[in-house]
Write a protein that binds this ligand. Sequence first.
Ligand code: HEM
Length: 439
Amino acid sequence: MRTTLRDTPPLRDTPVPRTRGLDSTLALVRDGYDFISDRCRRYGSEVFETRLLFERTLCLVGAEAAKVFYDPDRFERAGAAPARLPKTLFGQGGVQGLDDAAHRSRKRMFMSIMTPESIRDLVDIFEQEWQAALDRWKRVQSIVLYEEVSWVLCRAVCRWAGVPLAAYDVRRRTADLQALIAAPAAVGPAYWRGRRARRDCERWLAEIVRQVRRGELTAPVGGVLHTFAEHREPDGHTFAEHREPDRQLLPDRVAAVELLNILRPVVAVDRFITFAALALHLHPRCREQLSDGSDPEVARRFTQEVRRFYPFFPAVVARVRTDFDWNGVRFPQGRRVLLGLYGTDHDPRLWSDPDQFRPERFVDRPEDPWTLIPQGGGDHHVNHRCPGEWITIELIQSAVTLLASGMSYDVPDQDLRVSLRQMPTLPNSRLVLANVSQR
Ligand code: HEM
């Protein structure tokens, strides 16, 4: 019988368990989202050591591990991610790779646009774009929901951020933003497609930043584009034409990287919305509870369970800042460490029947920064936890309400399996809906 994390206490005062073999990168590709938690179960430990891309790496899972991982005195991010991440997903010079004061200053820029009013504006725009798309969906026999939602989100986030986007450009830009997300775990053409998409997107957005700075493009004060174009950092990089004694604008390219850190992940909510539609289909009782759209609490619980249950990012990466011991294991300075997000969201010590989709588990469950961590853990302002978490929740919740109470549709026979090997993953059919109509 398979042991679970719950019935195997963590090892103490013992050497760290190690995977066998020279390198586990192929095993990671083979086991996908389960790579970390499967081995933790096997070794009866919250931590084990392996080699990934030939580098010694400690892997962790669970709430206690998350608390340690998010301690900025113990871990840093600069240079922690394998090179293919900044070359595709993150970009170079962005908030993900900063530490200490530089991180806090840049993070403030992101947090300043995450006000309830600003998030409400984005959701309103999203709902308008969804409505416009629905008018078209009604006139065709079937749609692929994932594709349609990604275009809706791309239009919505560009309008919200103040980034001009011509109608004829929506599909191309959406495909580029999606390519950035698919690239880090890809080999061959999909990886190179991501590299090209990064170059093209940064050029596109750097030119928009330059236009704002030259006064050729109006960006409303307080909006995303204006905030990012005008953000100044005490020890930021030099931008020759806009020097102030000790506060400098971000270089155009870094401002573009950060704008992409808004556009790309908002479009990525298409995956969670597709999973939400899948869950509505697979759990008719939930759908029924949501069908009159009157109880936001039911929609909130459903949304939280979608974010917990369905896989998105498997793990986050950091490097040990100074030597320390945890759980009887030495963490030497410079060692790369992975915290399993999916594993923690499915940790049986934290979630009963973690592989069951059960929104009721969130009834009266207090919020906790270390257990539900699909978008990272800890404090949004201090740690690297995702600043877009509230946006993500609000967008999924809005889509769930639109799907369950605003429209009717059929889900024809299709391949709805979700592979845990493909990272990031989706239902194989990307969710085909037929005979869509408005309710
Ligand atoms: C699709 C849903 C999303 C998922 C699954 C997701 C997941 C994550 C994860 C795992 C992290 C890293 C946490 C860490 O390093 O400890 C992160 C960071 C980040 N996310 Fe998200 N995110 C999503 C949506 C968003 C949205 C909507 C935005 C912006 C509007 C956003 C902007 C960012 C930024 C800027 C960071 C870097 C924060 C930092 O380094 O301090 N994300 N996200």
